[in-house]
Design a protein around this ligand. Structure first.
Ligand code: RM4
Ligand code: MN
Ligand code: MN
Length: 427
């Protein structure tokens, strides 16, 4: 299913007067700050966030799942869903596949479908946290870290296959997230587990084409609760440094214990030129996978403040960071939730672009704590929504993506087309 472009332009036309009034406010604010609104608009319009193929269906917890209908039944329909998002916001121009949940059957057909919707293929993801039907050996006690060399080999081979699938669709990176770890003290030899993991990752790394990157994701707990083999940014950094120039750390916002200073982690990794991937979500506790910006929008702004400091400074020559949403939608419509997440990411990005960096540095040099806070909060409290809207309108996307999704009854149409009992593969 696709949206007719006239539906979008009619919708935009209806909101034109209101939008123009809102836009003049923000243009004024930006100019008063001595910045160029057009330049900021361009950056905001260009910012693209990949959508994971596993976030298009309803997520669940171990207690249950409440699908709302019309979920994509196969990879093609997942790509079509991301196409809908991208048509509405022109900011979700990539999809990230999880293997084996989404193995393309016909690479050319899948590539052509994506291209026709303006989509690229982002990082491919391997899965050694579940046992698949017909799989020889079990990952119950780990994969790349396993005590048994034949299980490690099976997991390494799977990652190599994931790279091979990615090559065929034009991906340029693989994300490795491991659930490996232990549930009880004494269960695992920490040092052996880490060293097996490094050796296994080395074999996968050797399989990477020259123009590929590997992202090493970390997570402090779940599904293992006593220890995980790659629990934190430091361990991820250690591994990516040992692996080589094509390996980077990946920050998933939900993979931190409560109150961790994630912006500082971002600053440190960027200082080492080792931040390669980013998974956005929000949380109250840890890997809650909630809508981006739903709970801690100021933290997201502070993270963007560090990202921009790097991207517009010493990290300018680094490969672009792979931005992705990694969220789950237990009670919301997945597509509406994703639209909200993309909006929240771009709002924080735009607000952080408004920070007067020279002045901020000056206040820091002078240890003027109050003035430093004023500068950050002045940017954070600026209402930049009309700027995002303007960027969308210029890119032929919708004035109000969620509003139009509802007016056009897209979910109802998807339910009619696909049925109300469909369940997408994923978690
Ligand atoms: C993990 C992690 C990975 C994602 C899986 C589905 O918690 O965030 O990035 O691949 O979930
Ligand atoms: Mn993640
Ligand atoms: Mn996660």
């Amino acid at each position: 299913m696709q949206i007719q472009s006239s539906k979008i332009s009619d919708h935009n036309q209806r909101h034109k007067t209101q939008h123009n009034a809102d836009l003049s406010y923000i243009y004024d604010r930006i100019e008063k700050k001595g910045l160029d609104p057009e330049e900021i608009l361009q950056k905001v319009g260009d910012f693209q966030v990949a959508i994971p193929s596993w976030a298009l269906g309803t997520g669940g917890t171990r207690f249950g799942r409440f699908p709302s209908g019309g979920e994509p039944r196969n990879l093609e329909e997942k790509i079509e869903d991301v196409g809908l998002l991208h048509a509405l916001n022109r900011s979700s121009g990539a999809i990230s596949l999880h293997i084996p949940w989404d193995i393309p059957k016909d690479y050319i057909a899948v590539s052509n479908l994506a291209k026709s919707l303006g989509l690229k293929f982002d990082a491919v993801n391997s899965n050694t946290f579940q046992d698949q039907l017909n799989q020889g050996l079990s990952y119950k006690f780990g994969s790349l870290c396993h005590t048994d060399a034949s299980i490690r080999k099976q997991a390494v081979d799977h990652n190599k296959e994931v790279i091979d699938h990615g090559i065929k669709i034009g991906s340029k990176s693989i994300t490795v997230w491991l659930s490996d770890g232990s549930n009880f003290p004494g269960q695992q030899n920490f040092r052996k587990a880490l060293s097996h993991t490094l050796d296994s990752l080395r074999e996968i790394y050797d399989h990477l084409p020259d123009d590929w990157q590997m992202f090493v994701e970390y997570k402090p707990f779940e599904p293992n609760f006593y220890s995980t083999v790659i629990p934190d940014w430091g361990t991820s950094f250690l591994l990516s440094s040992k692996l080589g120039l094509k390996a980077y750390s990946l920050v998933d916002l939900g993979h931190h214990l409560p109150n961790t200073n994630i912006e500082q982690i971002v600053a440190t990794l960027m200082g080492e030129h080792k931040l390669g991937g980013f998974h956005f979500n929000d949380s109250k506790f840890a890997d809650d996978d909630l809508t981006v910006g739903a709970i801690k929008p100021y933290q997201l702004f502070l993270i963007f403040n560090e990202l921009i400091y790097g991207m517009e400074g010493e990290n300018e020559g680094d490969p672009p960071i792979a931005w992705m949403i990694d969220a789950s939608h237990n009670v919301k419509d997945p597509l509406e939730d994703l639209l909200q997440s993309v909006e929240a990411i771009k709002l924080s990005y735009a607000q952080a672009l408004l920070v007067d960096r020279d002045k901020l540095e000056e206040t820091r040099e002078n240890n003027d704590v109050v003035a430093a806070q004023e500068i950050l909060q002045d940017a954070y409290r600026t209402d930049v929504r009309a700027l995002l809207t303007e960027a969308r309108i210029r890119n032929a996307a919708a004035y109000d993506p969620v509003g139009l999704f509802r007016t056009l009854k897209l979910r109802e149409r998807l339910m009619k087309e696909r049925g109300s009992k469909t369940i997408a593969t994923g978690l």
